[in-house]
Ligand binder design. Structure first.
Ligand code: PLP
Length: 377
């Protein structure tokens, strides 16, 4: 089977597997226990925090890193924290194509005070409109992801971070789909950054939140005083060491040539196929297609039979009858959103894999068309 759903999750990277197994063998003590073996685990764990901070451009500021169970938890932490800290009439600016773990958490915490940001037709946040809103003091905090999980559209998050710094408005960036695929520079300019290991070759159930230096009372989980008092619960030392190993081993690359050759092949083989986010910079590994005919689920099943694993919208949107909220926010109607295919590759995916997928998509189209015409005649 050829896997084209890396944005849902990635296989465990060899370096992460080794780090995880080693930690489970040698560093399984509770780092908070009062003996030497546990202290050694604590040292390893805190060194991992230092290393992650350094990778994110925060050398010497490891206390800004809180390890979590993933990006969902990190996103919820930020939004709950803001709801507690900001004035009761504060309005929150949110990119309308955020992952549900931001969108739902924002709605739960801020209700009608969520202000959806204006988008350009290609799916990027309209910077001019945002700047104007920030200048007039209309937004007390902002959440805009680095790159979208369904479309791969890259938000101008570096520019947003600068605008927010100037306006002294806290900025949260969900970098889940950015990490491991793109360079890490600039992330330290965001006040809050969330990420999760399983999108870049680490294990599931581990992630982190980068906090501003002075942030207090961010906790979602009450209990012990772990993670500087920001997150209770026994630390997942092996998970964290594996996450770090995966990030260190990832090779951010910005080579969209394979993706573009694939798009070219599919669009020339199947007329009226639409690529979502054209015009915007998009992740090199992600393609969101609106097929001219046939429901996503039919495509997915047929491609699976051909040996290719692809998805429709995000894994999180599977089962929603209204189609992907992300595509809907881009102005794509329900019927078209129901014909979406999301294809996302990994560092291991070869030109031959991409070619084979393009051919299988074209073949599947011909097959479904002939089945459709046979059944109508
Ligand atoms: N944010 C984005 C952009 C994602 O793609 C995902 C993936 O599921 C998440 C958040 C949630 O991450 P996790 O699975 O670690 O909770």
């Amino acid at each position: 089977l050829r896997y084209f759903d890396y944005n849902a999750t990635t296989p465990l990277a060899p370096a992460a597997r080794t780090a995880w197994l080693q930690a489970q063998e040698a560093h399984w003590f509770n780092p908070s226990s009062p003996y030497r073996q546990a202290a050694a685990v604590r040292v390893r764990y805190e060194a991992a925090r230092e290393s992650l901070a350094a990778l994110l451009g925060l050398k010497g500021s490891a206390e800004r890193v809180v390890f979590t169970s993933g990006a969902t938890e990190a996103n919820n932490m930020v939004l709950r924290h803001w709801a507690r800290q900001l004035p009761s009439d504060a309005r929150l600016g949110v990119n309308p194509t955020e992952h549900p773990s931001v969108m739902e958490a924002a709605t739960a915490a801020f209700g009608e005070r969520v202000c959806l940001l204006a988008l350009l037709p290609d799916g990027r946040v309209d910077l001019e409109a945002l700047d104007a809103q920030l200048q007039t003091g209309g937004l007390a905090a902002l959440s805009v992801m680095a790159a979208n999980n369904e479309t791969g559209v890259i938000q101008p998050w570096q520019a947003i971070a600068q605008l927010c710094q100037r306006a002294q408005v806290p900025y949260h960036c969900d970098a889940s789909q950015w990490l491991g695929k793109m360079p890490l520079s600039g992330l330290a300019d965001c006040s809050y950054v969330s990420g999760c290991a399983h999108k870049f070759g680490g294990p599931k159930g581990v992630g982190f939140l980068l906090l501003p230096q002075a942030a207090q009372d961010c906790k979602l989980l009450y209990g012990g005083a772990q993670e500087g008092g920001q997150r209770a619960g026994t630390e997942d030392v092996a998970g964290v060491l594996a996450m770090l190993a995966a990030l260190e081993a990832s090779t951010p690359c910005a080579m969209p040539v394979l993706r573009d050759a694939f798009i070219e092949k599919v669009c020339s083989g199947i007329p009226n196929t639409r690529v979502v986010g054209v015009g915007a910079d998009r992740l090199w590994n992600t393609v969101s297609l609106i097929m001219p005919q046939f429901q996503s689920v039919r495509w997915i099943r047929l491609l699976e039979k051909e040996g290719f694993l692809v998805s429709a919208g995000s894994a999180c949107a599977t089962g929603k009858s209204t189609g992907s909220p992300v595509l809907r926010a881009l102005g794509i109607g329900a019927a078209a959103a129901g014909r979406a295919l999301r294809i996302s590759s990994g560092a291991e995916t070869t030109a031959e894999d991409w070619d084979a997928l393009a051919e299988a998509i074209c073949r599947s189209y011909v097959r479904m068309r002939s089945e459709a015409s046979a059944s109508s005649s």
